[in-house]
Design a protein around this ligand. Structure first.
Ligand code: IMP
Length: 197
C-alpha cells in the first residue's frame, strides 16, 4: 500500500451532520479491484449460465451495478426489498418482505447480491424464501461480512471483504438514508453526546 493511500485510509473527516465523522475503511480502488476478482470467480463457476442477480434494496444497488458490468455473458436483474433495520445502527432482528421479486426464479441460476452480512437474519430469511421457489442454483454474494456479529447459521458463497464490527456507510450503505453515495466504504462514528438515532 502506498504512503498516500495509507494516509487517506486513516484520515477522519466530518460527516454530513455535526457529531458524525467518517473514515475510509476500504477505498474505491480496492472495492473496484475486488469486485472484478469476484466477478471473474463467479463466471468461472458458471461459464455459460444466464446469471439472474437479485439485489436486496437499497444497499446492494451500487455493488450489483458494478458486479453486473464485470460479469460478462448473459445477466438479468431483479430486486426485492426487506426491512431489517430501523433508522438506527442496530438490527431489530425482525425481517419483513416489503417488495417481492417481479419474475419467477424457478430453474434459474440465481445470485443473491447483498451489501453486508451482519447478523445473517436477513439472508436466512431470503434463502428460505428462495429455496422454496426451486431455482437451478442459488448462490450468495456479499461485498462485506461482519462475521463476528453473526447470529444465524448462514454464509456467503462469495465474499468481498471481512470487516470488523463497525458501522459502515458508503458504496450503497446508509445511515438513515444518508451516505449511500460515498464512493469508498467508510466507518461512521458518532461523537459522544451526539444524537444517534
Ligand atoms: P443482517 O440481517 O443483520 O445480516 O443485516 C443485513 C442488513 O443490515 C444489511 O443488508 C444492511 O442493510 C444492514 N446493515 C448491517 N450492518 C450495517 C452497517 O454497518 N451499515 C449499514 N447497514 C448495515
Amino acid at each position: 500500500m502506498s504512503a498516500q493511500r495509507k494516509r487517506s485510509s486513516v484520515r477522519s473527516r466530518p460527516g454530513n451532520r455535526p457529531g458524525e465523522t467518517i473514515r475510509v475503511l476500504i477505498s474505491r480502488a480496492r472495492v473496484r479491484q475486488r469486485v472484478r476478482q469476484m466477478a471473474g470467480q463467479i463466471r468461472r463457476d458458471f461459464p455459460t449460465d444466464t446469471l439472474h442477480l437479485i439485489g436486496v434494496l437499497k444497499g446492494s444497488v451500487l455493488f450489483l451495478a458494478d458486479l453486473a458490468r464485470e460479469l460478462g455473458g448473459e445477466v438479468s436483474f431483479d430486486f426485492l426489498s426487506v426491512s431489517s433495520y430501523g433508522k438506527g445502527t442496530n438490527s431489530t432482528g425482525e425481517v419483513k418482505l416489503i417488495k417481492d421479486l417481479d419474475v419467477s426464479i424457478e430453474g434459474r441460476t440465481v445470485l443473491v447480491v447483498e451489501d453486508i452480512l451482519d447478523t445473517g437474519l436477513t439472508l436466512k430469511y431470503l434463502l428460505r424464501l428462495f429455496e422454496e421457489r426451486q431455482p437451478k442454483h442459488l448462490r450468495v454474494v456479499v461485498l462485506l461480512d461482519k462475521s463476528e456479529r453473526r447470529i444465524a447459521d448462514v454464509r456467503a458463497d462469495y465474499t468481498g471483504f471481512t470487516i470488523p464490527n463497525e458501522f459502515v456507510v458508503g458504496y450503497g450503505l446508509d445511515f438513515d438514508e444518508r451516505y449511500r453515495n460515498l464512493a469508498d466504504v467508510c466507518v461512521l462514528r458518532f461523537a459522544q453526546g451526539s444524537a444517534k438515532k
